[in-house]
Design a protein around this ligand. Structure first.
Ligand SMILES: [Ca+2]
Length: 340
């Protein structure tokens, strides 16, 4: 019998030659089986990291379609008792209800009085908000419809004497931070007599560009090292949405979009394109056109992409390099397995 000093793992033991050869053969066969499993594990981890989505959270703006209106989140107030605020089935652009701010025929509203509905909102997570409105006043210039953030008017229209719809009103609120009130208001700049006004608001959507996959940090100026934008929005009805990303030359760079319980997410890597103002445009039921055309959009948001954010090493080449690296690792593992 021939004895042989063999090192198995961290243990050094004496074996006879037959036992050693048997052990080595078993180990080789195990490793050959394990190599593809290890590769599969690496690929699974890679896929999980690539496609992981953040956990859903409470919407930034609650009850955005006024299908249900409760206090909180919405709080109605008025400084003249002739005003009325209520959920209304008489007009809507999403669902069956909107919110109506009005005063009945023959009202007298004194100077600088108003009615409004407001909600406390975390503006750190808001970039663009979009909404629809329908406005009317029987006398010209008596009332003004306003959207206000905190104490700043960010949108306003004089209520017209011919009923008018204002669809897809997009307001950039990225300059506002912290928790502030989002207010929809009807305001009388002067004393209004024999007044009638009916004003509806509906379909508040959020849409914005973020620097992180979790959509916590609104970002609108992408510079060196920031070559990935994550779009996120809320209050998108069931449907098929596509988001087209257009560079400063109006060329489509990416197309993406995933709807999860009425929240829409999309992302784009700046592999190429012209620096400047880029647009992320949401389309429903149609492929984003090859060049920037927001005519049929649901909503859009813009952000700046500086030249430093567009890497010279394109993602496609990077992907090929990663595949080659994986293949090389696989070959090395196979050889190592065969050698034992
Ligand atoms: Ca509605």
């Amino acid at each position: 019998m021939t004895f042989y000093l063999a090192r198995i793992g961290y243990r050094t033991v004496w074996h006879d030659m037959k036992q050693y050869r048997r052990l080595v053969c078993v180990r080789r066969s195990h490793l050959k089986k394990l190599a593809p499993i290890a590769m599969l594990f690496i690929m699974l981890v890679f896929m999980l990291l690539t496609f992981a989505t953040p956990a859903s959270a409470i919407w930034v703006i609650q009850q955005p379609s006024f299908e249900v209106v409760t206090d909180p989140p919405w709080a109605y107030s008025e400084s003249d008792t002739d005003f009325t605020g209520t959920r209304s089935p008489d007009w809507s652009t999403q669902g069956d209800y909107s919110y109506l701010l009005s005063c009945p025929a023959g009202s007298t509203i004194t100077t600088k009085k108003l009615c409004q509905i407001q909600q406390s909102v975390d503006f750190n997570k808001l970039d663009t908000i979009s909404f629809d409105a329908k406005l009317y006043s029987i006398v010209a210039g008596q009332f003004e419809a306003r959207v206000i953030v905190g104490s700043t008017t960010v949108w306003s229209k004089v209520c017209p004497t011919t009923t008018a719809e204002y669809i897809r009103q997009e307001v950039d609120v990225s300059a506002y931070t912290g928790t502030q009130n989002l207010i929809f208001q009807i305001y009388a700049p002067a004393r209004a007599t024999s007044a009638t006004t009916t004003n509806y608001f509906d379909n508040i959507k959020t849409w914005g560009s973020f620097s992180d996959l979790a959509h916590n940090t609104v970002h609108n100026d992408f510079t060196t090292g920031e070559n990935h934008v994550y779009m996120y929005g809320e209050n998108f009805e069931s449907g098929t949405y596509h988001v087209g990303f257009y560079d400063a030359g109006d060329y489509k760079i990416c197309s993406d979009g995933t709807l999860t319980t009425n929240t829409l997410a999309a992302e784009c890597e700046f592999t190429h394109g012209i620096p400047g103002t880029w647009h992320a445009v949401v389309y429903e039921g149609e492929t984003p056109p090859a060049t920037y055309d927001p005519t049929n959009r649901v909503v859009e948001d813009s952000f700046t992409v500086q030249s430093g954010a567009i890497p010279e090493f394109p993602a496609v080449i990077a992907a090929i390099a990663v595949c080659m690296l994986c293949a090389f690792a696989y070959v090395v593992m196979r050889r190592w397995a065969e050698r034992g």
